[in-house]
Design a protein around this ligand. Structure first.
Ligand code: ZN
Length: 309
């Protein structure tokens, strides 16, 4: 059976500083739901916070590792440089009104590939783009629009997206001397866009607060993910074995430009270990850390619910 294409993004994971400021911004100001409060499975003395739509749908999930001593990061080539949310025309106009009234730091409105764009900054200085999309509806953020990768040479990454993932090149444009290449997953559904920004400007990149750690794409189920694992290995990528992340299974590899990519399964999802209605309220731990719960809860900073926007 021929393998299908990647349908779009599953989640994006970034590094942040203080978790309360992060929660107040993403759940409060941006109106996302904290769909999971858990720990970093590789460092259980730090949180792993997941934000998304009410159901925690793949393609809406932004996650953070709040590292108290992360220090500010610096974006450079070989990193994902920005995440963009899709908003309806009505929502875009509401954001314009809101930003005109308050003191928030933002850029725009600008235009990119014919779509209006606003750029907010989160508490760690990471850009959060709002893109007006005809496919978006309602007044809330409507999941991801795209992720931008910053590459010195976009072509090898473009080949991965087109030849392996099944994406199609959807346009090129230049802004202030920086070329941007756009790619779309087949079907053009939610979170289907990847932009590659070509820049060989010298930059000292440093992973840290305010930078994106990895970009995860969707696999519909475990069998599809196994197919991707084999196909990537055959293509010469150093891909990890399947890792159980409790809410999805994950495989990881570096794309040719250096960005860490993941392919994550849609199932089981975030309601697998607590009721959908109350997701995000209690600290959830994977079984291997339940025995350490007291110790973990003592070292994690307490979090209060996000302030209303
Ligand atoms: Zn991930």
């Amino acid at each position: 059976m021929p393998l299908g294409a990647i349908p779009g993004l599953h989640h994006v994971t970034a590094i942040c500083g203080a978790p309360q400021a992060n929660l107040d911004f993403y759940a409060g100001r941006l109106g996302q739901r904290l769909v999971k409060k858990t720990v970093n499975f590789d460092a259980p003395d730090t949180y792993h916070l997941y934000y998304g739509d009410a159901a925690g749908t793949p393609g809406t999930i932004m996650t953070f590792f709040p590292f108290a001593d992360a220090g500010p990061g610096r974006v450079g080539s070989g990193m994902a440089s920005a995440v963009a949310y899709a908003v309806s025309k009505r929502a875009f106009d509401l954001w314009m009104d809101r930003l005109a009234r308050d003191t928030a730091d933002f850029d725009g409105p600008a235009e990119r590939f014919g779509q209006r764009l606003l750029v907010l900054r989160d508490p760690d200085g990471a850009p959060v783009e709002l893109v007006e999309s005809g496919a978006a509806s309602g007044e809330a953020l409507d999941g991801f629009h795209s992720v931008t990768l910053w590459e010195r040479d976009p072509e090898p990454t473009a080949r991965l997206l087109v030849d392996l993932f099944g994406y199609a090149e959807a346009g090129r444009e230049s802004c202030e001397g920086v070329e941007r290449l756009r790619f779309e997953a087949p079907g053009g559904g939610r979170a289907a866009t990847i932009d590659i920004m070509r820049s060989d400007a010298p930059a000292i990149r440093r992973s840290g607060a305010g930078t994106i750690h990895h970009v995860a794409f969707r696999a519909e189920n475990d069998a599809v993910q196994r197919g991707w694992h084999d196909r990537l290995a055959t293509a010469g990528f150093d891909v990890t074995p399947v890792i159980d992340r409790q809410y999805f299974n994950a495989i990881y590899f570096r794309e040719p430009g250096g960005v860490l990519f993941e392919i994550a399964t849609d199932p089981p999802g975030f309601a697998t270990d607590e009721p959908a209605e109350t997701m995000g309220q209690a600290l959830m731990l994977p079984p291997k850390y339940e025995g350490m719960r007291d110790r973990i809860e003592r070292v994690l900073p307490p979090l209060r619910p996000a302030k209303d926007p």
